[in-house]
Design a protein around this ligand. Structure first.
Ligand code: DX5
Ligand code: ZN
Length: 221
């Protein structure tokens, strides 16, 4: 199954409720929420209070991507705000395994993200303990960048590693993805697709979301 997770970072912040309804009605199942701390990444976005206030706008699954140093300090705040999946960065945790345990202790789904320069092999010992891996396809920090082609191989390597061991892992990809390049990633084995600009700035978001869902090999849809 392919899940589409529009990144709210690309929405018009002056009309958030309308923007959220727009992508929900266009067929998105998840809403991707990029939290940036100005330290792990050179940008600031929003935090748990905003997430908590938009929780009442939609039943879409809240896919919270924490670009925060030492995220264990804030997990409880995002749980209370209404997150469904909490993804932390491998590079931002002193002990990724203990943060995964912490997220699971709240009965939340736990994701682990790697930035483009981090080898995918670092995820291997952890894949049995997480619900989702996030392979960043741009350097985290900003929407509207171009997808880095070298990241596609990391998706394929991780999918193969999991398939050989019978592990049914969600693999999410994030950054610079649009209706034209998404099939390279879904063919490599990604099944959760984040797209900000390509969906929120589209004239016909429903068409973009359908094209993204249909980009996967038939066995995946
Ligand atoms: C980058 C964020 C992405 C970004 C995606 O740090 O994690 O979610 O907003 O935006 P686009 O699809 O515009 O690259
Ligand atoms: Zn993101």
């Amino acid at each position: 199954m392919i899940y589409i997770s529009p990144s709210l970072l690309a929405a018009d912040f002056s009309t958030l409720a309308t923007e959220i309804k727009k992508v929900e009605q266009a067929g998105a199942q998840y809403l991707h929420l990029d939290v940036m701390d100005g330290a792990f990444v050179p940008n600031l976005s929003f935090g748990p209070d905003l997430i908590s206030s938009i929780r009442k706008c939609t039943n879409m699954l809240f896919d919270v991507h924490l670009m925060i140093k030492r995220p264990e300090r804030y997990i409880d705040r995002f749980v209370k705000a209404g997150a469904d999946i909490i993804t932390v960065h491998y590079e931002a945790c002193e002990n990724p395994m203990s943060v995964i345990h912490l997220i699971h202790s709240y009965e939340m789904r736990a994701g682990l993200a790697i930035s483009p320069k981090t080898p995918v092999e670092h995820l291997f010992p952890l894949v049995e303990h997480i619900d989702m891996a996030l392979i960043m396809t741009v350097e985290p920090g900003f929407g509207g960048q171009s997808m880095i082609p070298e990241t596609v191989d990391k998706v394929a390597t991780l999918r193969k590693y999991c398939a050989e061991r019978g592990i049914n892992l969600d693999i999410e990809v994030d950054g610079g993805i649009n209706a034209d390049n998404v099939s390279i990633l879904t063919s490599a084995g990604a099944n959760v697709i984040v797209a900000g600009s390509a969906i929120f700035k589209a004239k016909k978001p429903r068409a973009v979301i359908s094209a993204m869902k249909n980009s996967a090999p038939t066995s995946f849809r």
